[in-house]
Ligand binder design. Structure first.
Ligand SMILES: Cc1cc2nc3c(=O)[nH]c(=O)nc-3n(C[C@H](O)[C@H](O)[C@H](O)COP(=O)(O)O)c2cc1C
Length: 302
């Protein structure tokens, strides 16, 4: 019997649904699968009041941990594979997942093969780099990464995710599609499970990622990746200014966060369409160079 541990955090349950779908083909007589939910001591609200949504920005970006509810892992040594389900908050691993990886509980990853499964809107590459660093810090071995994203146009998915996160409405409305990862993509996730099961049965985990990628585990649009990198640099400046200037002063923090919110909407709807067009052109002009940049960023090697 082989043992798999699934660790995940999810507000809407999306990532849990995705991982269930991945694991559906697993032969239950051959594999024991344990699920553990990572839970913050004080839950983040869902749907999000707008103020609270922006209020988690500086701590998300700076990787400042929250307290977690106690986690009991009965026999940490028994696991043959750990699957870590997460989402991205402000281009970084969400606070609960990053907090888990910085806590003593993360010792369970030591010397264990780890597969990360992202359920995001469309910007996850910066968080992937941070996940590699955090997993490496606890001596885990990242052997796979599968990314589930909203495949709609960037500006559309901003509108639908706002509707979902602020109002709890995932379903399509009159003018806008469903938010989040599509049902079809979630259903088809079992193709990855078949490959992971085979790799465990044949002890061939070290070269699994190539096979997962052949099945479409990681899809990257160059213009989204470059937009994300520009955003990440600016987020770093904003978060350090907000934390330094407002330390302890709630009114000041609120004022700065309001400015950040206006900045964010301006960048998304005014700057990013222009920069995206430029990045698309660069992609067309330099296919080889841009492809190599993507390959470097999606690598699971630290
Ligand atoms: C505070 C916050 C910030 C987010 N920032 C990003 C982001 O930078 N990139 C992205 O692709 N998705 C982002 N999302 C969407 C999430 O990654 C995720 O897809 C969605 O919240 C559903 O996750 P769940 O598994 O917790 O339900 C953000 C969500 C929240 C709540």
């Amino acid at each position: 019997m082989k043992n798999i541990l699934v660790l995940y955090y999810s507000q809407t349950g999306q990532i849990k649904e995705i991982i269930y779908s991945i694991l559906k083909p697993f032969d239950k007589t051959e594999f024991n699968i344990d699920f553990i939910e990572i839970k913050p001591e004080t839950e983040y609200p869902f749907p999000w009041p707008a103020d609270k949504f922006f209020d988690v920005f500086p701590e998300s970006k700076e990787g400042i941990s929250c307290k977690l509810r106690p986690i009991e892992i009965k026999e940490p040594d028994k696991y043959d594979l750990i699957i870590l389900g997460l989402q991205v908050w402000y281009l970084e691993p969400s606070i609960p997942v990053a907090s888990f990886l910085k806590s003593n509980y993360a010792k369970v990853l030591e010397n264990k093969p780890v597969i990360t499964v992202f359920g995001v809107r469309n910007m996850w590459i910066n968080a992937h780099q941070e996940m590699k660093r955090l997993i490496n810090n606890v001596k885990g071995r990242l052997i796979g990464n599968i990314v589930f994203a909203d495949r709609h146009n960037n500006l559309i998915s901003v509108l639908t995710i706002i509707r979902w996160l602020f109002k709890g409405k995932k379903e399509a409305s009159k003018f806008l599609p469903d938010a989040g990862v599509s049902d079809n993509e979630i259903k088809s996730a079992s193709k990855f499970g078949i490959e992971i099961q085979k790799a465990l049965q044949n002890n061939r985990l070290s070269d699994l990622q190539g096979r997962l990628e052949n099945l479409g585990a990681v899809k990257v649009d160059y213009h989204i990746m470059k937009t994300e990198f520009a955003g990440s640099r600016m987020f770093g400046i904003w978060s350090s200014i907000i934390l330094k200037r407002s330390s302890g002063n709630i009114k000041k923090r609120k004022r700065l966060l309001r400015l950040f919110k206006y900045y964010l909407y301006f960048v998304i709807y005014v700057i990013s369409p222009i920069s995206s067009a430029v990045f698309r052109l660069i992609r067309l002009l330099f296919p080889k160079k841009t492809k190599n940049q993507i390959i470097k960023q999606i690598s699971i090697i630290s």
